[in-house]
Design a protein around this ligand. Sequence first.
Ligand code: GDP
Ligand code: GDP
Length: 482
Amino acid sequence: HSGRARADALWGASESQKVGLMSFTLAIVGRPNVGKSTLFNRLVGKRLALVDDQPGVTRDLREGEARLGDLRFTVVDTAGLEDATDNSLEGRMRRLTERAVDMADICLFMIDARVGVTPIDQMFAEILRKKSAHVILAANKAEGNAADAGVLDAWGLGLGEPIRLSGEHGEGLNDLYSQLMPLADEFEERAKDDSPEIDVALDEDADEEDLSVPMPTRNKPLQVAVVGRPNAGKSTLINKILGEDRLLTGPEAGITRDAISLQIDWQDVPMRIFDTAGMRKKAKVQEKLEKLSVSDGLRAVKFAEVVVVLLDAAIPFEQQDLRIADLAEREGRAVVVAVNKWDIEDEKQEKLRNLKEAFDRLLPQLRGAPLITVSAKTGKGLDRLHAAIMRAYDVWNRRIPTAALNRWLTGMLEQHPPPAPQGKRIKLRYMTQAKTRPPGFVVMCSHPDKMPESYNRYLVNGLRQDFDMPGSPIRLTLRSQS
Ligand code: GDP
Ligand code: GDP
């Protein structure tokens, strides 16, 4: 690779937008049996065939990647309550719905048009009117005339015109599309505002010295993927986390855990954890283990903001581990490496030294990413893992003021001037941070195509060290000034 090609590759090809990352989150809410799951399955399609039927873990919110026409989004289903027959059902339903509303950009509120509006529907409407910015009302099971009265009834909820929907027969999806479309545009615009493409104007106001940009306030759970080889301990780890901080526990047995994701509050931080273990176990049955485990890992990585690469201390840095860690970096995700089963290691000090050495050698592209030793079995190290996840996420979102960057650049240039191919020195004029998630920087310079890769590396490593940015990829692009 020439420096330019490499820089361009770093900048462009693996950005999340270009791989079609979900643009918004739609939650389907409503009382049991109105047809939420049926619509969910229709929107998500075959991909959901990968469900784990491992019992014993409470599933509350399940989610998947939805397609509707040219829209791609995340859909959340509040199923999992059907089996709850205790008399606290209403309270549980309310809590679950509130959580779904909190994590969603848009709520699809569903009633059963054959039944009409019930008091529980009224309760939902009340929550949604208070809490949700965007509500789409759907009167489901609306195929045929039997539903006419119920559809009319739905107007009375005060949430606007109901869509006549039949999730089972696939009717009314055009209307759903028409209502989602303008909102989707709005969210897309907003996402662009959050990370402007290239903004090379020097930022006059950005003169403050304080580099500790606070955590962005989130209204959505932090998305974490736990990836790693089979038997690394992913299920054990997730169950341990769940066991320690389960939000919605229930007496019901036999509810299956959704293989795609779980939402929990881990030490008071809402997180959505993508679990590839469940999918893999199912895959084994289907004898497509290798193929599926790689593509599941890929999918989880694309969903995630922070990727936890879980290694087995006894056999760390296997080929598959390296591949997934590299993938996470290329996709621009924050990365935390966790070495599991630390409880059965002796000679811990020496082992740790060797691990760090191997890490630097085998994954230089992840330089500075935290390496945490844990035991999923005993729970030891999970606090540090939590802290590392939060920290990596913070770095991933960091924004460095332009003025500080340019002061820094001046120092870097003095310390180690750029090369002068054919006697003409490459001039680096100024730089700015053009995006976050992960941090991306643009340097305006003469002859960007002549810049050797080693100088880019010098700058990236310098940024990482001087601005204290472990655990996140850093992108650097050189641009010629024209
Ligand atoms: P949930 O509890 O809200 O997730 O509801 P489900 O999706 O499990 O559906 C409850 C029942 O309603 C099932 O028997 C479905 O087959 C049925 N159902 C779902 N959508 C429709 C529909 O559009 N029309 C009719 N007639 N039945 C539906
Ligand atoms: P997965 O395939 O990545 O989901 O791995 P599992 O969670 O199924 O774990 C594989 C095996 O490793 C099981 O026998 C676990 O009991 C064991 N295991 C997982 N975590 C630990 C740990 O921290 N310490 C020890 N000693 N064993 C563990």
